[in-house]
Design a binder for this molecule. Structure first.
Ligand code: DON
Length: 308
């Protein structure tokens, strides 16, 4: 991989933010969580953290947004820490090739979700870390993990987004009930889904998210909550499953492990090089940030950062 100097990188970020501000086809914010449907699609932010501790950003990089499915990376890290490889008895490690909220493969696979990043898989992961605890304990652990990883205490859950999702959680509840029917849910569905909806409603800015992702990039001088071998595995899952049925497309276009959220955020990891967060609320057909993916593609082209 090439080395890009920070002055050039800042110019690249400014150029990306400038071209994204002018974009007319911005995708549609998620409306199935009504509170997210109210967010203006005109926003765009990008931030990255570098090995020397520098942090660069452009656009609306300090604006908090709902991290949604990006939370699944952090609950996976917590679950692997707690359960180790026993977690893989409850959830697979294969790309699903289906939409993030699909129920189809669950029937075929007898209630074992294909991977921890589709909704069913993330619900199973949350259920696994909930066992024996109260939802507030699990959410406190997640917030503590994020605050420690980002070295920033100002990370919270947006309760109105959580309530908005919970009020429309029929599909996720169906996934949980289907898993329960196959013996792959250990807590009452309402507890697991309530916890899951709150974890998705964590609010972070691009700057906070890029900082929280530093450990995944193995950057020096940041907190290390997870062992290097586990970091490699989380990155592998982000690359193969982080964008659902657009994971292949993201790997082809960007070449970095990434995790998207329906709030319009994407966290991407250039191992040893950078932790990168982008946000733009308009989504493409697969429920991933349209301009966010374009911005990552632009950044990859300009820097040469790729795991390939
Ligand atoms: O469960 C849901 O549908 C949302 N809380 C999260 C989905 C999501 O972020 C999909 N990602 N692009």
């Amino acid at each position: 991989m090439e080395t890009v100097n920070p002055a050039d990188l800042q110019l690249i970020l400014d150029e990306i933010a400038h071209s994204m501000a002018a974009a007319t086809d911005r995708g549609q914010p998620a409306t199935y969580i009504p509170e997210l449907g109210r967010v203006s699609p005109d926003q765009f932010g990008i931030a990255l953290c570098l090995p020397d501790g520098q942090q660069l950003s452009a656009g609306d990089a300090a604006t908090p947004f709902s991290i949604q499915s990006i939370s699944k990376v952090f609950t996976l890290a917590i679950a692997l820490g707690r359960l180790g490889d026993a977690l893989w008895q409850r959830v697979g490690r294969e790309p699903s090739g289906a939409a993030f909220n699909s129920i189809v493969s669950l029937e075929h696979d007898r209630g074992i979700p294909r991977n921890p990043f589709i909704n069913a898989g993330a619900i199973a992961v949350t259920d696994a870390i909930l066992q024996g605890l109260q939802p507030r304990d699990v959410l406190a652990e997640l917030l503590q993990f994020l605050r420690m990883a980002a070295e920033d205490d100002n990370i919270h859950i947006d309760k109105s987004v959580a309530a908005s999702e919970l009020a429309h959680a029929h599909r996720n509840t169906a996934l949980a009930e289907f898993m329960a029917a196959h013996g792959n849910l250990q807590n009452p569905t309402a507890l697991t889904i309530g916890t899951y909806c709150h974890q998705c409603a964590v609010e972070m800015s691009c700057v906070q998210l890029a900082r929280a992702g530093r450990f995944l990039a193995g950057l020096p001088g940041c907190p290390r909550p997870v062992s290097p071998s586990r970091i490699r595995r989380i990155n592998a899952l982000m690359l193969t499953c982080g964008h659902y049925d657009a994971s292949g497309d993201f790997a082809y276009r960007v070449g970095l492990p990434g995790k998207s959220g329906v709030g319009g955020g994407i966290l991407a990891i250039a191992p040893g090089r950078a932790s990168i967060a982008v946000w733009s609320p308009g989504l493409n057909a697969q429920g991933n940030s349209k301009l966010g993916a374009e911005a990552m593609e632009h950044l990859g082209r300009a820097t040469g950062w790729s795991v390939f």
